[in-house]
Design a protein. Structure first.
Lengths: 346, 308
């Protein structure tokens, strides 16, 4: 008993990095050995891409308070930019293409972030729709972006880092996992830095932020740039590691809403929340189709699935907004605290 | 005319750095400013840190401020009182650049502004608090106070993310200074709580801490004691006085509670319907018939429901 109590008292003071490190060790060491190709192709790869896009949008919307409906456009910009850099620049390593693609997405993000200097909330959200429609239109209109492919479809190049080929489901999973881990770590560092505090200050009270000398305009544009960079790289993962062939239509407004729902359900202003939300968004349709097929049999075809998925997801979002505005993260923390408490009192 | 003077003010601001004025290089605008101040004011030869010249401000047909003259000497606690709607908060907003006056100028340290540049306020050594709390609810108390030093940060986001360059030192420095201010204002016990979860009186004090951490030369307090209990008010008054003594900060405060103001301030200006009706020491203000008519009399009549 004494041993258990001492164990318990030491549990809450474990350093904060223990949980992520254990998780990463599991993701690198165990998952590739036990996972099936279905797990990688249908669950983990979209989860990683959407989770990273959620992290990017959360920096802009959750932390800096600027609502954006253009996430899919930045994903598309990243994917197509990486494709073109890889295609047209001789000898550029894949990582170089990805970084440049992120920078292109960031530049587009700054341009479409300019309205945020004057507009707020709902009006800003509407103005970011311009990014959504413009980028999709430009990618469809000018076939140069897709190397003159008739349908606008691009095929991902072979993935390799430093000469190490990463083909196959496991290789692409490791490729995505590495990029997502690095960027998520940097995003975590960012939100706990002075710049991250400036984001929150502008979100919570812009006038006060300006008075105490936070450069409001610069900080807002920085939020757009960083967010778009991360979302752009998420787009590269989506296109290169998950789908392998993408077209501009794959990055439509629905995708932007999907990413917005991820951070609302997962939890605004939380890095973990983006992954919680992404997990739910990815696993939920699969679970629903299994459940529907089990309960209703053949009646539950793909049309019914699509419709019921929208209905349940919509209801879920309304429920979250009313009952748990802080998202799955808050729910998770509460459950964890309860469990810990229950465990301690036994 | 207002446009031209506005442009002139901006030109002053851009051509001469405020430090140049602080050293007293072109003393002419400064002395002329003192000359305009009415003889009734007890402004002496020492240059005022802050002077308002003929400030006028209207919202549509409502005159919020009319021809306001005010001078604030270094190191004094200067109160501005007046009934509801007298224009007190408008005046603070003009001084801090949130509003642009229709007429008149603000002289900060001898530099003339048509509109005070809000973005550079912290660099000019001016900090303020707000009547309705303006804390960053999603940040901890410590981070709120540390954000008062954000204007000094030189490192860029990349340096901060990677923890290289001067960012580490800056981070350590601002957190330790924020910690010191929290200790000074007796807030150490709540330093890791989210600011939005604190009771009202403590939030007011955190706002004071956020303003003080930059060690401003001029501190503008917009109703720092509004909605507080009597004991909280006297506590806040002692904090304001202690802050002035410790940081040699000049304080301009707006307050409803005349009793607290009388004991706290060196000089009091009284506003009524956007006009200054008195400007003197607490004792003189207390015996001024116009002030009693405009403000004190009314306040004592409905003491229980004052301000409701």
């Amino acid at each position: 008993m004494a041993a258990i109590t001492s164990d318990l008292t030491s549990a809450p003071v474990l350093p904060k990095w223990i949980a992520p490190v254990l998780l990463l060790a599991f993701a690198y060491g165990v998952v590739p050995l036990i996972g099936s190709s279905y797990l990688f192709e249908a669950i983990l790869l979209p989860f990683l891409a959407l989770g990273l896009a959620g992290v990017g949008l959360n920096i802009l919307t959750g932390y800096a308070g600027q609502v954006s409906l253009g996430s899919a456009a930045f994903m598309a910009a990243g994917a197509f930019a990486a494709y073109n850099f890889n295609l047209r620049v001789e000898g550029l390593p894949l990582i170089g293409s990805i970084v440049l693609a992120g920078i292109v997405a960031a530049a587009i993000g700054i341009v479409f972030g300019l309205p945020s200097l004057r507009l707020k909330g709902f009006y800003l959200a509407v103005s970011t729709l311009a990014a959504q429609f413009f980028v999709q239109w430009a990618l469809t209109k000018f076939s140069w972006f897709s190397n003159n492919s008739a349908s606008g479809v691009i095929d991902a190049p072979r993935l390799s880092i430093g000469g190490l080929a990463l083909d196959g489901a496991v290789g692409r999973y490791l490729f995505a996992l590495t990029i997502v881990s690095i960027l998520t770590f940097l995003a975590y560092r960012l939100v706990s830095s002075q710049t991250g505090r400036n984001f929150i200050a502008i979100r919570d009270n812009e006038t006060a932020a300006r008075i105490i000398g936070i450069p409001v305009l610069k900080t807002k544009l920085l939020a757009f740039a960083i967010s778009s960079f991360i979302i752009g790289v998420a787009g590269v993962i989506w296109a290169f590691a998950y789908l392998r062939t993408v077209e501009p239509d794959g990055f439509d407004l629905d995708r932007s809403f999907q990413i917005l729902f991820i951070i609302i359900i997962g939890g605004l202003a939380s890095i973990r929340g983006a992954f919680f939300g992404a997990a739910l968004i990815v696993v939920f349709p699969l679970g629903l189709s299994r459940l529907g097929g089990f309960l209703l049999g053949d009646v539950f075809d793909s049309g019914v699935l699509d419709m019921s998925q929208r209905i349940v997801l919509g209801a879920l979002i309304i429920l979250f907004l009313i009952l748990e505005p802080d998202g799955l993260v808050a729910l998770w923390d509460r459950i964890r605290r309860r469990l810990l408490f229950a465990w301690q009192s036994t | 005319m207002p446009l031209a003077s506005y442009a002139l003010g901006m030109m002053d601001a851009s051509v001469y750095a405020p430090e140049v004025f602080a050293r007293g290089l072109p003393s002419t605008p400064q002395s002329s400013a003192v000359g305009i101040v009415p003889a009734g004011s007890i402004a002496d030869a020492a240059a005022p840190l802050l002077a308002l010249q003929g400030i006028g401000l209207s919202f549509g047909g409502v005159v919020a401020l009319a021809d306001i003259e005010l001078s604030v000497n270094p190191g004094e606690i200067r109160a501005i009182i007046g009934p509801n709607g007298a224009g007190k908060s408008s005046l603070i907003n003009v001084i801090s650049g949130v509003y642009r006056p229709d007429r008149g100028h603000v002289l900060l340290d001898g530099v003339r502004y048509g509109q005070v540049p809000t973005q550079r306020l912290a660099h000019l050594g001016v900090a303020r608090t707000f009547q309705n709390l303006a804390l960053f609810k999603g940040l901890s108390v410590l981070d709120n106070v540390a954000s008062g030093l954000a204007y000094k940060v030189r490192s860029n986001f990349a340096g901060q993310v990677l923890g290289i360059g001067r960012s580490r030192g800056e981070q350590r420095d601002s957190l330790s200074r924020a910690g010191q201010i929290l200790e000074f204002l007796d807030l150490t016990a709540v330093r890791d709580r989210l600011a939005g979860t604190l009771p009202y009186g403590l939030q007011k004090r955190v706002e004071l801490a956020r303003a003080l951490v930059a060690e401003p030369r001029l501190l503008l307090l917009d109703e720092p004691m509004a909605g507080m209990t009597a004991s909280e008010k006297s506590e806040m008054a002692s904090f304001v006085r202690a802050a002035r003594d410790r940081f040699a900060t000049t304080v301009v405060l707006i307050e409803h509670d005349v009793g607290v103001v009388m004991g706290l301030s060196d000089r009091i200006a009284v506003l009524d319907y956007g006009r200054k009706i008195a400007d003197a020491t607490p004792d003189e203000v207390r015996n001024d018939q116009r002030v009693i008519d405009a403000y004190l009399g009314v306040a004592s009549d409905n003491e229980d429901g004052a301000g409701i």
